[in-house]
Design a protein around this ligand. Sequence first.
Ligand SMILES: NC(=O)c1ccc[n+]([C@@H]2O[C@H](COP(=O)([O-])OP(=O)(O)OC[C@H]3O[C@@H](n4cnc5c(N)ncnc54)[C@H](OP(=O)(O)O)[C@@H]3O)[C@@H](O)[C@H]2O)c1
Length: 439
Amino acid sequence: MTQPLRLGIAGLGTVGAAVVGMVARRAEALSASGRTVAVTAVSARDKSRDRGLDLSGFAWFDDPVALAQSDAIDVFVELVGGAEGPAKAAVEAAIASGKHVVTANKALLARHGAALAKAAEEKGVALAYEASVAGGIPVIKAIREGLAGNAVSRVYGILNGTCNYILSRMEAEGLTFEACLKDAQALGYAEADPTFDVEGFDTAHKLAILTSLAFGVEIDADGVSVEGISAIQPLDLAMADELGYRIKLLGVAQATEAGIEQRVHPTMVAKASAIAQVMGVTNAVTVDADAVGELTLIGPGAGGKATASAVVADIADVAAGVRRPTFGRPVAALSAPRRVEMQRHEGGYYIRLTVHDRTGVAAGVATRMAEAGISIESIVQRRSAKAASSDPKGRSGQPVPLVLITYAATEGNVREALAAIGRDGLLAEAPQLIRIERE
Ligand SMILES: NC(=O)c1ccc[n+]([C@@H]2O[C@H](COP(=O)([O-])OP(=O)(O)OC[C@H]3O[C@@H](n4cnc5c(N)ncnc54)[C@H](OP(=O)(O)O)[C@@H]3O)[C@@H](O)[C@H]2O)c1
């Protein structure tokens, strides 16, 4: 009779507690591969905290590193979080002592994935991380295994539920970013310090992992260009709606001749696209691949149960003896990342200028755009009620929005045109620039 696979769970918070419950509930199904699976030891900070779990049958460790090194476990399940500190020390210790590792920790993978994958490879142990990107959506397996026969040209997604919740509410109710963030915090969707989510860093970590998998390159989290959603205004969402778009915070990795673009930014997506239908805290990942075409996976990106679903899938693989190179190929076969500067990005742009309501302003803007080689697809000028009432007949000189949609242009040229428009004294406020992602 094969020995049971013994799990040590470090971290008994939202995800860890759900994993302990799921392993117990799904014990029979998990043993279908021929090996029973059982939690034997756990670690968290506070032993006395009520977690709604009976922990009496498990060995308790105050120190996750000691748990990682313990002979009482075969698999170390890291659900503590954080790129450094106890999570990193414990995962390194687990690999060094020959334990398989299952983790949900995107920050750790994004920062130290290459070194950890190399160590795991040398020790012949698994380093599994399905839960680290898009929570319950099995996107790691889908790209690494399901699309192994494809060359991927682009992968992009809504990878942060907090941002998608905020943008969805702003769009549906015309509310400000600040108001929606407050609600997200009250509902537990956003942390007390929301910077990591709303400024795009969480999405960047997940994107860096997807890029490595999809393109066979070493993980390069520092190569991601990152912009968050805090500067998006209700007017941008209303204009997007009018022009046939929705605004989503996307992480996009795209193969170009110069290398692989990795960018996180608010993005205009066509209202009819699959990704535009994804509202609230839901996540989605779209892969463009040569054989399969476009594939979109949509599902819950966070939450105890949904994330535990991905963690337990990794545990089932370890139990069944499935071993895959961490990033789809041996670490030595991953190519070095070739970064592409954002200035070289080419695509359509939504540009919202706040201009003085004066004769000739639109023409002045159009001239600067043309000089920079940028073709304008549409131009929308609005007079605010205030501007109109101050001078119903003529130009008021008041600040008014002027929105441009461009055909494909390079970011460098767009920035050059905006700088020239600024020098001409046409702008009452800094411009808003949102990239358009075509299907
Ligand atoms: N929550 C989600 O929806 C979600 C989704 C995808 C991925 N993830 C990832 O899953 C991981 C866990 O997230 P979570 O939401 O479950 O976090 P959480 O609720 O904050 O739980 C963290 C757990 O780690 C324990 N811990 C913290 N520092 C420790 C230390 N020094 N030694 C031992 N234990 C320590 C805490 O102990 P105490 O309970 O005693 O304080 C707690 O049980 C993170 O990497 C996160 O990014 C989470």
